[in-house]
Design a protein around this ligand. Structure first.
Ligand code: HEC
Length: 162
């Protein structure tokens, strides 16, 4: 009985080893960096609700999502999601939400005067006193699903022959 159990356990361990070694190198590096960090599973549908409840849509549109109209459109607008060269990781999205001043998006900086970029602060408010951890996990699940990887296609037109 003991030997059967041993055989089952070792073959299971072997299988999981094979499975984990199949992942891409980048994936494994990412997993290593995030070791010990795990958010509760988010729910994208609830995330969309939280997005509106917390008034994120006052400044943000989200690619491919119909959000309620905002009455005052004079403020900052910055669209989230859509095609990007590098899909935002969970960690990057969490950081952007709980610490807006940490890394100001280069796409946003590109919209303001060059001379003012150095001292610019993010107009995004902090939500840490009011947002629940559940809302944060849901928001990340919602936003993460709306980023698409843009894979550039280089053709002859891009690399002309001389
Ligand atoms: C007053 C306007 C405003 C509100 C309200 C606001 N944001 Fe932002 N947010 C911005 C601006 C402007 C940026 C770009 C500058 C930066 O990176 O901080 C940004 C950046 C972000 C980014 C990073 C995007 C990137 O490409 O790096 C995320 C994610 C984000 N906001 C999510 C949210 C969520 C979720 C809420 C609601 C809880 C919210 N924002 C509320 C203005 C706002």
């Amino acid at each position: 009985m003991k030997t059967i159990l041993y055989t089952i356990l070792t073959s299971l361990a072997g299988m999981s080893l094979i499975l984990t070694s199949c992942g891409g190198k980048e994936e494994r590096l990412e997993a290593k960096k995030n070791r010990g960090f795990r958010l509760p599973e988010g729910n994208a549908e609830r995330g969309e609700e939280a997005f509106v409840q917390l008034n994120c849509h006052q400044c943000h549109s989200v690619e491919g999502v119909n959000l309620p109209e905002v009455a005052d459109k004079s403020g900052v607008r910055f669209s989230l999601g859509g095609e990007v060269r590098k899909v935002k990781s969970y960690g990057e999205l969490v950081t952007a939400i709980i610490q807006p001043q940490h890394a100001i998006s280069p796409d946003y900086l590109a919209t303001i005067e060059e001379a003012e970029r150095e001292e610019s602060v993010s107009p995004m408010p902090e939500y840490n006193e009011t947002m629940t951890v559940r809302q944060m996990a849901d928001l990340v699940a919602f936003l993460h699903a709306h980023y698409k990887l843009h894979v550039p296609v280089y053709d002859d037109e891009f690399y002309p022959h001389y």
